[in-house]
Design a protein around this ligand. Structure first.
Ligand SMILES: Cc1cc2nc3c(=O)[nH]c(=O)nc-3n(C[C@H](O)[C@H](O)[C@H](O)COP(=O)(O)OP(=O)(O)OC[C@H]3O[C@@H](n4cnc5c(N)ncnc54)[C@H](O)[C@@H]3O)c2cc1C
Length: 392
């Protein structure tokens, strides 16, 4: 079977890209190893409001809109961030993946389930499957096959080497303890630059998870400990456990070679500070679709190189800011974090964060903190504290 484009992986980013290309009139095939799209769940399902600008989001998959967050320091100094309108949504991620795959098929893409890509020939665009029976060929091959991408390994032998782990519990707290308009994020030096999230699905249930550089057993222990330590959570019941990998963004990673491009987690297109990959992946799918269309119309695969340059240009400032924020957080102790949260509260930073803080774009807030002098006030204080502790 011969296609204009073959997409390896029917995750949300691959099927979104497939839909765009099918809508442009190209012959598109999607090859997916799973029997059922989206299963098992490997996501907290938290999406910033930008999702509505970058992809479809049907009401049926929205579990809760969120109007803000409680940010907790290790000793529970709390900053409350509140907005008038929804800032984020928690979604039924399995339902969403299936919805996006249906939309790609409705647009004309052909979806092949239960086919695992084992190898590909980068010269003639041939794809080899586990069954070895079918003959798939395309002008452009798109690796949207997640963190452990086989397509990415064709571009670089070190692909997939750098990733963090994420673990999550679905918890029934057996009593109404949540305001479902707010998520909770807890910072601890021992898991920094990761953090613990608690995302209410109802007044009594939540997704509780963390990401970081630990094995899954250690992460399970950290989460259990966190739940056990809080007297308000007494009697909680873990209903399900999930885990998965989060690629680490790498500015040197190559995402285009000849007629192959990478997208989504396969391209490490994730936000460094939160590990969220959906919004960035969807934005990159749009960029890639415009470039792939030009390459196919002009019959010139060299044009694909523009995808790499354009997406790097689009995300340069935001990623640089997020990497800087991550570096700062990584260097702070629990005492520093407590001190910083306390000082931020004292200086009225909750209002500043409420006004300028955005889940997906952190650079406007950081810029505002510089402009207002808040960062200059707090960082030297933390530095001075750290130095004074050395002399104690
Ligand atoms: C615990 C956890 C919580 C998360 N929470 C959030 C969150 O709240 N918000 C957010 O934005 N992001 C979150 N993420 C990240 C998000 O899930 C990913 O960024 C997103 O799934 C990336 O989509 P994708 O389409 O690139 O890849 P994937 O969703 O990984 O899809 C890849 C697809 O390719 C298929 N595949 C793989 N190899 C082959 C092969 N050889 N042949 C055929 N098919 C193949 C897979 O079966 C899969 O269906 C979280 C991740 C984890 C692990």
């Amino acid at each position: 079977m011969s296609y204009d484009l073959l997409i390896v992986g029917a995750g949300p980013v691959g099927t979104t890209f497939a839909r765009y290309m099918a809508e442009k009139g190209f012959k598109v095939g999607i090859i997916e190893k799973k029997t059922k799209i989206g299963v098992p769940l490997q996501c907290a399902g938290l999406l910033g409001k930008q999702i509505k600008e970058v992809n479809l989001l049907p009401d049926e998959v929205i579990i809760n809109p969120f109007y803000g967050a409680y940010l907790h320091s290790p000793s529970n100094n709390i900053l409350k961030v509140a907005k008038e309108k929804p800032e984020a949504y928690v979604i039924d991620r399995v339902g969403y993946d299936q919805f996006l795959a249906d939309k790609a098929v409705d647009a004309g893409a052909e979806l092949y389930l239960k086919r695992q890509v084992k190898d590909l020939n980068t010269k003639n665009g041939q794809i080899y499957l586990n069954s070895g029976k079918e003959d798939f060929k395309a002008k452009i091959i798109v690796g949207a096959d997640g963190n452990n991408s086989i397509v990415a390994r064709k571009l670089s032998s070190s692909a997939g080497e750098y990733s963090l782990q994420a673990a999550q519990f679905l918890v029934d707290f057996q009593k109404d303890i949540f305001d479902t308009r707010f998520v909770h994020l807890h910072a601890y030096a021992s898991i920094s630059p990761g953090f613990i999230w608690m995302i209410p699905l109802s007044e009594s249930t939540a997704r509780v998870g963390l990401f970081g550089d630990f094995d899954y057993i250690t992460m399970g222990k950290i989460l259990n400990n966190y739940l056990r330590m809080n007297p308000d959570f007494k009697g909680y019941n873990i209903l399900k456990k999930y885990q998965g990998k989060i690629p680490v963004y790498n500015s040197n990673k190559k995402n285009v070679k000849n007629n192959i491009i990478l997208l989504g987690d396969a391209a490490s297109q994730v936000k460094p500070t939160t590990g969220g990959g959906l919004i960035m992946g969807f934005k990159c799918a749009q960029i890639a679709a415009d470039i792939a269309e030009r390459a196919l119309i002009d019959d010139d695969i060299k044009i694909l190189k523009d995808y790499e340059a354009l997406y790097r240009k689009n995300f340069k400032t935001e990623l640089k800011t997020q990497l800087m924020v991550q570096k700062i957080f990584k260097s702070l102790s629990d005492d520093d974090l407590d001190f910083m949260f306390g000082k931020l509260k004292e200086e009225g930073a909750d209002d500043l964060i409420s006004e300028f803080g955005e889940m997906d774009n952190q650079s406007p807030l950081v810029k505002e903190m510089f402009k207002s002098g808040l960062l200059f006030k707090i960082l030297p204080m933390i530095l001075a504290r750290s130095i004074s502790i050395l002399w104690r």
